[in-house]
Design a protein around this ligand. Structure first.
Ligand code: HEC
Ligand code: HEC
Length: 496
């Protein structure tokens, strides 16, 4: 049988060539945008991973490296002061490319994201001229996370955020290949701008609420908006960074986690922390985070005595006061430690202590922010994955937190409203009403970071305790002790 159409073999060849071309193109697109080689870190230690490793945030929120690098030079007016990102409290270790808490990962191209250490590493200086000492697992006392986000959003909204300007700026520090220039010009710069502007919309609710300021974030309203589809309503959840060292005894004693005890399962808290920072469920590095969880469980709380002297006779005099007045809620094995105290718990009332006409419990905003609706939505969130959330709940109270490494956890209480430990033992009306957070120069006498004076004002965020969510009321334990007893108790608390 004969026909006048091209032979089937010829069609097959044309089709074959087309398939190869499409595959090559597809391969190139995959290579340029999606290929995901393992992250290269300086070494394989967990410490290195904690400081610079990826927790998965680069996929959704990662900023192309070269854009990230030049933005502070292009838009210094959107930063709180000179010095680039350091002015937001991010700190570089000697010779490192990124600040502690930032990760660089290739997903097609190099992207910069954040990790746990951005909020969970503290710094301390003994004098204003000293170099900061970094304490991994400590509360991120200097960082202004909302300030960083607003810096990115404002830069993206600026008309100078365009391909020519950004490529010119990059050209000052690095010679991109022709391919990369094309990639940045036609894809990455416009896409980054669009993504940041869309993210700015997702954070628009922060404009109608008090600023987080340094060392604080609203930890869960962003999760409601970005992951759970829950309306934040009028809630304000501004909350002090927590320490995450020494987690093993918390787990062993079944303690509730987070300031309000909204979850009792550490694995869920670790995974949801990465999600809260912008990791998409499909990008969650579960194995890595499980290893990190183990490492954090055993990470020791740092000792005051490694840096400053303690009057041991005075501390010994303070110990029985602690045992008598504080231990049941705060000792690692106290009968109420790790449990939640709701606002109506009669235990907030301390006989003989003066609340100055205000409630004896602490500011309720953070507890009220995490609603039953939010908890239910988070428990449904992981459906379809091989990890799950089951233990989210709304408690309406605060956890009786263990006090390990307390000396480095200033400012105190869940909203960071009390700058010094000595202040917390004064009745609320006599506690500091306005101060500045974010200076890391330490005061071993009052136990906390210096929160007043020109340096603190220049480098810190103003904290006014009359602002919504910032109240320093409540927690009256110890306020009715005599001056000598307070001195002894504080000396003992330094040793925890
Ligand atoms: C953007 C800042 C930020 C990042 C990033 C962050 N956290 Fe947190 N974390 C917080 C704050 C703030 C709290 C306290 C929040 C609250 O309950 O109000 C907290 C609480 C916790 C707690 C509870 C501690 C306790 O004693 O109850 C754990 C555990 C924790 N984080 C682990 C992690 C891990 C692991 C990561 C990385 C995967 C991470 N966090 C990333 C800010 C952060
Ligand atoms: C009946 C329980 C209870 C007793 C007793 C108690 N506290 Fe507390 N304490 C709490 C709760 C609840 C919180 C968390 C409140 C918050 O953050 O708003 C807290 C928080 C603290 C904090 C802040 C921790 C941080 O990381 O910021 C310190 C410090 C503290 N207590 C010291 C003491 C001392 C000292 C005593 C004894 C004089 C004492 N507490 C007695 C329940 C108690």
């Amino acid at each position: 049988m004969s026909n006048t159409y091209p032979r089937p073999g010829k069609w097959k060849r044309i089709l074959g060539v087309l398939v190869v071309l499409v595959a090559l193109g597809g391969g190139l697109v995959w290579w340029t945008l999606f290929r995901e080689p393992p992250q290269q870190l300086a070494d394989d230690s967990m410490e290195e991973y904690f400081k610079y490793g990826s927790i998965g945030t680069e996929q959704q929120d990662g900023i192309p490296y070269w854009i990230w690098l030049v933005l502070p030079k292009m838009f210094p007016e959107y930063l709180p002061g000179p010095g680039g990102l350091a002015s937001l409290g991010f700190g570089w270790e000697q010779g490192r490319e990124l600040p502690v808490g930032f990760s660089k990962k290739v997903i097609g191209f190099e992207r910069v994201g954040v990790n746990c250490a951005v909020c969970h590493s503290a710094t301390l200086r003994e004098t204003p001229d000293a170099a900061p000492v970094i304490y991994l697992g400590g509360p991120g006392n200097r960082v202004d996370i909302l300030g960083y986000q607003r810096f990115l959003f404002r830069s993206a909204a600026d008309p100078r955020f365009d391909a020519s300007n950004i490529l010119m700026e990059i050209g000052q520090v690095y010679r991109l290949s022709w391919m990369d220039r094309m990639l940045y010009r036609f894809l990455l710069i416009p896409a980054t701008r669009k993504a940041l502007l869309a993210q700015a919309e997702q954070f628009a609710w922060t404009d109608s609420r008090p600023d987080w300021g340094r060392g604080r974030i609203d930890p869960f309203n962003p999760v409601k908006v970005r992951a759970l589809g829950v309306d934040p309503g009028e809630t304000t959840g501004n909350s002090d960074m927590q320490s995450i060292w020494n987690l093993a005894p918390r787990v062993a004693n079944g303690m509730a986690l987070h300031w309000d005890g909204l979850n009792t399962d550490l694995t869920e808290v670790v995974l949801s922390s990465a999600i809260g920072d912008g990791t998409l469920p499909k990008a969650l590095p579960v194995k890595k985070l499980t290893a990190l969880e183990k490492w954090l469980m055993a990470l020791p709380a740092p000792k005051f005595t490694e840096r400053f002297p303690v009057d041991s006779a005075l501390a010994a005099a303070g110990e029985p006061l602690f045992q008598d007045q504080c231990a049941r809620c705060h000792a690692m094995t106290g009968e109420r430690t790790g449990q939640v105290m709701t606002m109506d718990d009669p235990d907030w009332q301390v006989p003989g202590a003066d609340a100055g006409g205000r409630p004896a419990h602490t500011d309720a905003h953070r507890a009220e922010m995490w609603t039953p609706e939010s908890a239910a939505a988070y428990n449904d969130y992981a459906a379809g994955y091989d990890w799950d959330f089951d233990y989210f709940r709304s408690t309406g109270g605060y956890v009786n937190v263990p006090l390990d490494g307390l000396w480095l956890r200033a400012p105190y209480l869940h909203n960071g409203s009390v700058p010094y430990l000595t202040d917390l033992l004064e009745p609320p009306a006599q506690r500091t009403q306005v101060f500045y957070r974010g200076l890391d120069v330490y005061d071993p006498e009052r136990v906390g970071f210096i929160a007043e004076g020109p340096d603190a004002e220049r480098r810190g965020s103003r904290y006014d305790t009359s602002v919504i969510g910032n109240s320093n009321q409540g927690h009256l334990w110890g306020t009715n002790l005599g001056a000598e007893q307070k001195r002894a108790l504080v000396e003992y608390l330094k040793t925890l």
